[in-house]
Design a protein around this ligand. Structure first.
Ligand SMILES: [Zn+2]
Length: 418
């Protein structure tokens, strides 16, 4: 009677038991044909123990464990270590933020990965990255309803929409890559300031075309509104970039200069709007559809400025708001919510005042819209290029006024110990 195969003990297979034996081939569970029913630990167990099998069994088990452990190791990603403010060079420190700093010489890949790790920059990155997609989505919807190619009346809106998509995206990138080196940090923020400055031009172009009070249409200010706004972008980008060089030695001067650099174009852009709102509240305006959105925008714009200048709430409790709730995160959120209301207001004015504006003004033209944007873009890129070249050509300019030797050394030593 033929015995059915039985699977009882592991036995070694393979020619000569060479080193090529691997886990799947080295052990098989089988019964030996033509022999009596195996009883307990018979020949196979003896083979394993007496012909060097014990060692092979150990090796095989070890290999097996490694194979099983591999997927777990692949899933376990080691996150970069974070630092406290005294462990990073002064140029990377933020007011009243104590912990959660990334390595000051992170690679580009580390910077991208850090956006998925909780650091003191993570919320800054996402509070401008996600709104970029919201504004792009609104822009896409407008592209399906407006004729941007041939209708010149829509060009100010086109410029405005491009810039409200650009500024949060550049800001998000600046916050992501600002820890690659001191120079990279400065250059990242030069671009951030440049994008904000261009956004102020986008506001001026949209306001000059759709928001201007009726009594100011065709006035000297209306005719020169965009030209002055281009000059403002040059002033704003230059001053804000320059303020970074004063940051370490004269932090208060730097803060005042940077705040002033952004307040000037904001105040200028909003002069016609504020005048129109004053007229509306005194009962002298005809198009009121956009008034509430304009008011909400102004409210959030003031909140944005206040948070930027005050460093609240982290100034009241340093270290408490390192990851969530510090002023820069709130500043980003207020800026984006304000921009949302501004966009709604511009869209409301654009449609409700269409016929009146077409009848009473020459209407938007290429040089005053897309041409102005192209010119301002080139000029601002030139300014950023000049500041970046100046920074890269002058050794230690990016870290001047601080004792980098000790802090950088400490950081490196610390990271090597990890
Ligand atoms: Zn920011």
């Amino acid at each position: 009677m033929k015995k059915s195969p039985q699977h009882l003990f592991p036995v070694w297979r393979g020619a000569g038991g060479g080193p090529s034996w691997g886990w799947p081939r080295c052990i098989g569970w089988e019964a030996v044909e033509g022999e009596a029913e195996p009883q307990g630990f018979d020949c196979p167990f003896w083979c394993v123990l007496c012909r060097g099998g014990r060692e092979r069994l150990k090796q095989a088990c070890q290999r097996g464990r490694e194979v099983l452990r591999l997927p777990a190791n692949m899933l376990r990603i080691k996150l970069p270590h974070l630092f406290d403010n005294h462990q990073v060079p002064k140029v990377f420190r933020e007011d009243s933020i104590i912990s959660g700093y990334r390595h000051p010489q992170s690679s580009a890949m580390d910077c991208i990965l850090s956006s998925f790790q909780m650091t003191n920059e993570t919320v800054n990155i996402w509070t401008h990255f996600l709104p970029t997609w919201y504004f792009l989505w609104r822009f896409f919807l407008l592209c399906t309803t407006e004729n941007f190619l041939s209708e010149s009346y829509t060009w100010p809106l086109l410029v405005y929409m491009m810039l409200i998509c650009l500024y949060p995206f550049i800001s998000s990138c600046a916050h992501t890559f600002s820890t690659m080196s001191p120079e990279a940090r400065h250059i990242c923020y030069f671009f951030d300031y440049g994008a904000l400055s261009l956004y102020s031009l986008g506001c001026a172009i949209a306001y000059g075309s759709y928001v201007m009070p009726e009594c100011w249409v065709n006035s000297w200010l209306h005719q020169h509104f965009v030209s002055i706004a281009i000059a403002n972008t040059i002033f704003c980008t230059s001053m804000s970039c320059y303020s970074r060089f004063l940051e370490l030695q004269f932090p208060h001067k730097s803060k005042i200069l940077r705040t002033g650099a952004f307040v000037l174009p904001f105040v200028f852009d909003n002069i016609p709007l504020v005048y129109r709102l004053v007229l509306c509240f005194s009962g002298h305006c005809s198009h009121t559809e956009a008034v509430s959105s304009h008011c909400y925008h102004l409210l959030f714009a003031f909140l944005t400025g206040f948070l930027f200048a005050s460093h609240l709430p982290e100034r009241l409790a340093p270290g408490r708001f390192d990851y969530f709730g510090h002023s820069h995160q709130l500043f980003h959120i207020c800026a984006v919510v304000g921009t949302h209301f501004q966009m709604e207001a511009v869209l409301a004015d654009m449609s409700s005042r269409h016929s009146w504006l077409i009848a009473h003004s020459p209407g938007p033209f290429f040089l005053g819209t897309l041409g102005a944007l192209a010119l301002a873009f080139i000029l601002n890129m030139g300014i950023i290029g000049l500041f970046s070249a100046c920074l890269l050509r002058t050794p230690n300019l990016s870290t001047s006024g601080l004792s980098t030797t000790h802090t950088t050394h400490t950081t490196h030593t610390h990271s090597k110990e990890e």
